[in-house]
Design a protein around this ligand. Structure first.
Ligand code: G3H
Ligand code: ZN
Length: 311
């Protein structure tokens, strides 16, 4: 469709600004196995939905994404510039096991490879240190026209070991992003999109828990509204798998522009693989789950057309 050429020509920054203004959700699907790229793009075409494909360190080190380069090559083969962009997810300064990470090298690698956006995750640092690293990444990435996402607050769940009971976490607001800090963070860093914690948690990535059904998270919408009113940039909801639908829809009306979805599409792909022992079988179960998410859960079929109209 000719109108989609507008999306092809637009920068990711422009697309995300329109999505933010118009409350159109842009999902970011984690690529835990390379053949997921083709499966995801096929469903995006069917549904005329715009989305990001993204890859994080755990996708590479714990699952089958292989490397940032391998995902980029797969993306070059199957991605569709009218419907997709490629994002480097979670580059932590301190990782989920407490180890220091050579984050500069990882970000540099994605910039060299031509990723359209990167995420520096300084959420395990002090506020001042998080500002410092985010600013540094922004200065480098923006020169290349690459968008930067950062995280403030703690989206728990990737760490090994059991989480406190979810209801306890939610009620205490432990790790929630402070709206005032978020405002200061955005001002001082010039970050493009901000990942926030308002009740969302990550699906597990280790042990038997990585195969279990994720807890159904809720979101504190009032808290989200405060963050939105003080920041004015696209907000990102990590831990997108398994959040109750009513909360996701309400969140989209209140500043959430990007939602990261990992666990449930990885588990769908793995289920298909177990049942069939073939990549085609795994992709089939993945595609089915994606259709349900896009059509029945987020209601974003045709989002590429709506975005293109407003560009
Ligand atoms: O950055 C990745 C996402 O936050 C994925 O979270 O695995 O709980 O869907 P999820
Ligand atoms: Zn995440």
């Amino acid at each position: 469709m000719a109108i989609l050429e507008k999306l092809e020509k637009a920068s990711l920054r422009e697309i995300m600004q329109v999505a933010f203004r118009e409350h159109i959700l842009v999902p970011a699907f984690n690529v835990a196995y390379l053949p997921m790229v083709a499966g995801i793009v096929e469903v995006l075409r069917e549904c005329q939905t715009f989305a990001l494909l993204e890859v994080s360190r755990p996708d590479i080190t714990r699952f089958g994404a292989e490397s940032f380069r391998a995902v980029k090559e797969e993306y070059d083969r199957f991605g569709d510039p009218k419907l997709t962009r490629l994002h480097q997810d979670h580059v932590p300064v301190i990782d989920e096991e407490g180890a220091m990470v050579d984050w500069r090298a990882l970000i540099e690698e994605a910039l060299q490879l031509g990723y359209h956006s990167v995420m520096i995750d300084g959420s395990r640092l002090s506020f001042a240190e998080n500002v410092r690293v985010t600013k540094e990444v922004g200065e480098k990435a923006h020169k290349l026209g690459v968008c930067v996402e950062a995280e403030l607050g703690a989206v728990l769940g990737h760490e090994a070991g059991p989480l406190p009971p979810y209801e306890e976490l939610f009620a205490s607001g432990k790790g929630f992003t402070s709206p005032e800090e978020a405002a200061q963070f955005v001002r001082e860093t010039g970050v493009d999109w901000l990942s926030i914690a308002v009740g969302n948690i990550h699906g597990a990535i280790s042990g038997v828990a990585k195969d279990a059904k994720k807890v159904e998270a809720r979101l504190n919408i009032e808290h989200l509204q405060k963050i939105q009113s003080l920041t004015g940039i696209p907000l990102v909801l990590h831990g997108g798998s398994g959040i109750k639908k009513q909360y996701v829809l309400e969140a989209i009306r209140n500043g959430i522009t990007k939602i990261n979805v990992g666990t449930e599409i990885r588990q769908a792909y793995e289920q298909g693989w177990r049942e069939s022992g073939t990549v085609l079988g795994a992709q089939k179960v993945l595609r089915q789950r994606l259709r349900e998410l896009i059509q029945d859960y987020y209601g974003i079929q045709g989002s590429a057309l709506r975005l293109a109209e407003k560009l």
